[in-house]
Design a protein around this ligand. Structure first.
Ligand SMILES: Nc1nc2c(c(=O)[nH]1)N[C@H]1C(S)=C(S)[C@@H](COP(=O)(O)OP(=O)(O)OC[C@H]3O[C@@H](n4cnc5c(=O)[nH]c(N)nc54)[C@H](O)[C@@H]3O)O[C@H]1N2
Ligand SMILES: Nc1nc2c(c(=O)[nH]1)N[C@H]1C(S)=C(S)[C@@H](COP(=O)(O)OP(=O)(O)OC[C@H]3O[C@@H](n4cnc5c(=O)[nH]c(N)nc54)[C@H](O)[C@@H]3O)O[C@H]1N2
Ligand code: SF4
Ligand SMILES: [Mo]
Length: 682
């Protein structure tokens, strides 16, 4: 049956977690916005507008490939799938299912990720994770523990009503452009204060009323000082503290040991600026926090977020419109990939694998009980390649570019007995594959994705996969049928049937349906029988079921890398025109024209000391590796800090980053590496 419609159908942008409505017109080959639940006027950013270029791209994989020595040869689907089934079955028989690892995809649908985690668990392993691990796992850990849910507490719509925004370690002007332009900026123009905590001035800072250029890795001293100002100046919400908060006295005692001036200096910011920012947040009638990678991607990422949660509790900014703590989520379905259980420690709906009742509930629907021991997380999996792990399936991720300490990661990939990659392109990760399976792009698939403010929306196909490429869902189901025990269901009559099944095991989605979603959205939590989803979480009770949450004393811990006198601190991040590993955006002519190469932002004084001029090629080196990159002299970055993106395979910035993990969430420290920077001489 042809997927090709007579009219372009409504789908969702394949890039960021904003989840804008876009559609692909197969006749013109172009992508345009439609009036979606988030982009209500049909507005889209440059990435969305260029998303058509990857659909028909000449590099698209069009046939399954298997390794033949140093090259790949095209094979039939039958041969490719047989190869995977045989290799994986042999590994399971010899070393048990925990010798396999499954990388799910935050760029892919709920249905696809649900099937993949069911496949892993059906084989008997919880070794399944997605790159939510690398973005907000620490946020989810902290918020989950204290509030009972790790998602955005509020909705984009009600956040327009805030009187102050505290944006910590996020740059929504570039990373969540339509949220910034359509929700935050209008409020700021209307008088909402914007406090930006970021070591760099970027497009978000341009709209800020306060900027605290924090030293990377020193957010805890800064946030504790803000808490101290709030308490010292009686800016707390006493009624809220009395009814909704515990641990108030112990926290007050902890703050006695905090000196605002000392902490501000330790964090590298001006104490008066910090006080002014604290007042702007705490004096606002309603104040909302946004948090991003600058907070989460540290070996103390979970603690960073704990320190942030204290501010919302002290000021009573939880549970009402225009308030809360709002992690801006990464890809178009990173929220959903976690919701449906593509995580090693929880089943769908964040129910722990260690909870026997949760396992039994899953067994009632699946016909088998999932394993009870938590599996390995993403970085742990690559580190175990060639040791505990012998085989892996990487679906819609490019870890050879995006995981930290990339040289080590690549060495590890070499050690796998069988690597299977399901992607659109022959990525840097696919270079290590034994079998490459050609999947389907956004414009070709149907299914649902869950955006950053918990809205489940539908994607609809407008064209068909090229050549022999297949729908991702069909590939995953075929693998399930080949690998799992007889009787475990992997045969579905399309994504809607998968969605129906997942609503049975995912309590937050229980009342949802394709018909109900339509061209709108349904927001979780959406219990069975409900008319609509809950907008503002934690209003009477926290999602934990408790009326109260705790204040938590959080101590600063130094970053992993010690920084010598001649060294600088490298922090990494994103720019508007490119996306993550760049697998898609580096192939988009329009986006490359807008921004071609990576550069190293360096302060002119740091550059001068090293005889570096603007545009020079410089060599950046850490204990892990080195890269050469062009210097971009700019006072927008704080002294002592340099910044580059990780969007390119050359230079491969993750050669420099470290792989020490946050002990709770297992997120790596992408945002603080000690490096030397010098002129590169051939
Ligand atoms: N254009 C574009 N949009 C994207 C993506 C993309 O690649 N490109 N990726 C998507 C994904 S997967 C994600 S997770 C989100 C991420 O979205 P963001 O969280 O906005 O992403 P980053 O640029 O990694 O980090 C944000 C800011 O943190 C600052 N920062 C660095 N170190 C520190 C620190 O120690 N403390 C503090 N307070 N700030 C620090 C950086 O200077 C940077 O401006 O974006 C999504 N949207
Ligand atoms: N230094 C540094 N490193 C970082 C970060 C950082 O801030 N600094 N951020 C981290 C974060 S937050 C994240 S989320 C990760 C992202 O890490 P990854 O998830 O590895 O990066 P992506 O480029 O998003 O990979 C997506 C892959 O899926 C493929 N793909 C896209 N759509 C589809 C589809 O529909 N079907 C199939 N089959 N394939 C598809 C693309 O071709 C691409 O290869 O990077 C992390 N790495
Ligand atoms: S803001 Fe995000 S979802 Fe919207 S068009 Fe841009 S990349 Fe796509
Ligand atoms: Mo991310």
């Amino acid at each position: 049956m042809s997927n090709r419609p007579t009219q372009p159908r409504e789908s969702i942008c394949p890039y960021c977690g904003v989840g804008c409505g876009i559609t692909y017109n197969p006749d013109s080959g172009k992508a345009t916005g439609w009036k979606g639940p988030v982009n209500t006027r049909g507005e889209i950013c440059p990435k969305g507008a260029a998303a058509w270029e990857i659909v028909d791209h000449e590099d698209r994989l069009t046939t399954p490939l298997v390794r033949d020595g140093e090259t790949f040869v095209p094979v039939s689907w039958e041969t490719a799938l047989e190869e995977v089934t045989e290799a994986f079955s042999e590994i399971v028989e010899t070393d048990g299912p925990d010798a396999l690892g499954f990388f799910a995809s935050s760029n892919c649908t709920n249905e696809e990720n649900y099937v993949l985690q069911k496949l892993a668990r059906g084989l008997g392993t919880n070794n399944v994770d997605n790159c939510a691990r690398l973005c907000h796992s620490s946020t989810v850990a902290a918020m989950g523990e204290r509030f009972g849910a790790g998602a955005m507490t509020n909705t984009l719509e009600d956040l327009e009503e805030a009187d102050a925004y505290l944006v910590a370690g996020a740059n929504p002007a570039e990373q969540h452009p339509i949220i910034f332009r359509s929700y935050l900026l209008p409020a700021v123009r209307d008088g909402t204060e914007l406090i930006h905590v970021d070591p760099r001035e970027n497009d978000t800072t341009k709209a800020a009323t306060h900027h605290l250029p924090v030293k990377p890795g020193f957010d805890i001293p800064l946030l504790n000082a803000v808490a101290k100002v709030i308490v010292e100046e009686d800016l707390t919400d006493e009624a809220f503290l009395e009814t909704r908060v515990e641990g108030v006295d112990a926290f007050a005692e902890f703050l006695e040991g905090v000196a605002v001036d000392d902490n501000a200096r330790q964090a590298g910011v001006d104490p008066d600026d910090l006080r002014a920012a604290a007042r702007a947040y705490a004096e606002a009638d309603r104040a909302a926090i946004f948090t991003g990678m600058g907070m989460s991607q540290h070996h103390c990422g979970t603690d960073n977020v704990h320190a942030l949660l204290n501010l919302a509790l002290l000021t009573g900014n939880v549970g009402e419109r225009g308030t809360g703590v709002n992690p801006l989520r990464g890809q178009n379905n990173v929220q959903g990939a976690g919701d449906v259980g593509a995580l090693p420690n929880v089943l769908p709906g964040y129910r722990p694998v260690t909870d026997s009742e949760a396992r039994e509930d899953a067994a009632d629907v699946w016909g088998f009980e999932p394993p009870a021991t938590p599996g390995l997380t993403e970085v742990e999996m690559t580190h175990a390649f060639g040791e505990d792990l012998r085989g892996a399936l990487v679906f819609g991720e490019n870890p050879a570019v995006t995981e930290p300490n990339a040289d080590r990661v690549r060495e590890r990939f070499e050690k796998l007995d069988c690597l299977v990659v399901l992607d659109l392109f022959e990525t840097e990760t696919a270079e290590y594959a034994d079998v490459i399976l050609p999947g389907s792009a956004w414009a070709e698939k149907a299914g649902t994705v869950t955006n950053t403010d918990r809205q489940v929306m539908r994607m609809r196909p407008n064209t068909e996969p090229p050549g022999d490429a297949r729908l991702d869902l069909a590939v995953l189901c075929a693998l399930g049928e080949g690998l799992a025990d007889d009787g475990v269901r992997f045969e579905y009559d399309g994504p809607e049937a998968v969605f129906e099944e997942l609503t049975e095991v995912l309590p937050q989605y229980a009342g949802m349906s394709y018909a109900g979603i339509g061209t709108g959205s349904q927001r979780w939590p959406f219990p069975a029988g409900a008319e609509e989803g809950v907008c503002v979480l934690h209003s009477d009770r926290f999602e934990s079921g408790r009326r109260t949450a705790n204040l938590r004393a959080v101590e600063h811990v130094d970053p992993v890398d010690e920084v010598a006198d001649d060294e600088l601190v490298l922090t990494t991040g994103r720019v508007l025109q490119h996306f993550n590993s760049g697998a898609l955006t580096r192939r988009s002519e329009t986006l490359v024209r807008m921004r071609g190469e990576d550069v190293l932002q360096i302060h002119p004084e740091d550059a001068e000391r090293r005889d570096i001029a603007d545009g020079d090629s410089v060599r950046v080196e850490s204990d892990r590796g080195s890269v050469t990159i062009e210097a971009d002299l700019t006072p927008a970055i704080r002294r002592g800090t340099v910044f580059a993106t990780f969007h390119y395979a050359d230079p491969l910035i993750n050669r420099l980053t470290g792989d020490t993990l946050d002990p709770v969430a297992k997120i790596p420290e992408y945002k603080h590496s000690a490096v030397t920077v010098e002129i590169h001489r051939e």
